[in-house]
Design a protein around this ligand. Structure first.
Ligand SMILES: [Zn+2]
Length: 114
């Protein structure tokens, strides 16, 4: 008698696994934090802006600033590459943010523009 319930429960779990497995797999494929490349790019650029602000206000040491800035810029570049975006002359090579023509430094991440 109970075997029917146990069998039913197992079937329900298997059906659930079949339904949810692709979602979980897709989640992992998108990135460790489960966000899309577009979201990761936004996050990295926001982090660069935040870091720049904190550095200007003296909350971050020169050493931490250099380390974190390199990390966020790398994240931004990786996300931008995942998106298939190409670097054009109007974009910062460090973070991909749009920059004004003739600008020497990026207003988003503070990186020097060549
Ligand atoms: Zn930049």
């Amino acid at each position: 008698m109970y075997a029917v319930y146990i069998f039913g429960s197992i079937m329900a779990i298997l059906v659930a696994a079949v339904i949810f497995a692709p979602m979980i797999e897709g989640h992992w494929r998108e990135g460790k934090d489960g966000s899309s490349p577009a979201e990761r790019k936004e996050t990295a650029i926001a982090a660069l802006r935040e870091l720049e602000f904190e550095y200007q206000t003296g909350k971050v040491s020169d050493e931490d600033y250099a380390t974190l800035r390199a990390r966020y810029a790398r994240d931004a570049i990786a996300a931008r590459d995942d998106l298939g975006e190409t670097v054009d002359s109007d974009a910062c090579p460090g973070c991909g943010a749009a920059v004004k023509e003739g600008a020497k430094f990026c207003s988003a991440c503070g990186g020097a523009l060549v």
